[in-house]
Design a protein around this ligand. Structure first.
Ligand SMILES: [Cu+2]
Length: 141
């Protein structure tokens, strides 16, 4: 084996090793989650999420009025909270101005900690909508 062949072989081996490391540790492919908002309900194609997996939410308002999308803890019925307090409490949200009838928005979110059943939900907190049924319980493993 001459010097040049040896070098080429070494480079090739190094490149293969590098690509193996990158494919094992590189960023995970995002998982698409389809969320549909209507009067008055929320449907999601995924209800059991995994911490550390990137999710690509595609949120569509199939209703006739504005809705919003929030990932947050369940709130007690009749609890008085301002929108600012809600936004602060939410892990992620899309405001109702952006979810007009027929509108579709995307949101990328990665859960960082687990959430047991009953501790997290997708909800719409536009006045009265939550009470009317716009909530979808989720869990994070
Ligand atoms: Cu709503």
């Amino acid at each position: 084996m001459n010097k040049k062949t040896g070098f080429t072989l070494l480079t090739t081996t190094a490149l293969i090793a590098l690509s193996l490391i990158l494919s094992a540790c590189g960023p995970k492919e995002p998982v698409t989650v389809e969320v549909t908002l209507t009067e008055f309900g929320i449907e999601s194609s995924v209800s059991e999420f995994k911490s550390g997996t990137p999710y690509h939410f595609v949120i569509t308002n199939e209703g006739a009025i504005n809705h919003e999308f929030m990932i947050m803890e369940p709130t007690a019925e009749g609890m008085m909270m301002s929108m600012e307090e809600m936004d602060e409490m939410a892990l992620a949200f899309v405001e109702e101005d952006e979810l007009t009838p027929g509108a579709s928005q995307t949101l990328d979110y990665t859960f960082t900690e687990p959430a047991s059943a009953g501790s997290l939900e997708i909800a719409c907190h536009t006045s009265g909508h939550y009470e009317a049924g716009m909530k979808f319980p989720i869990t994070v493993e």
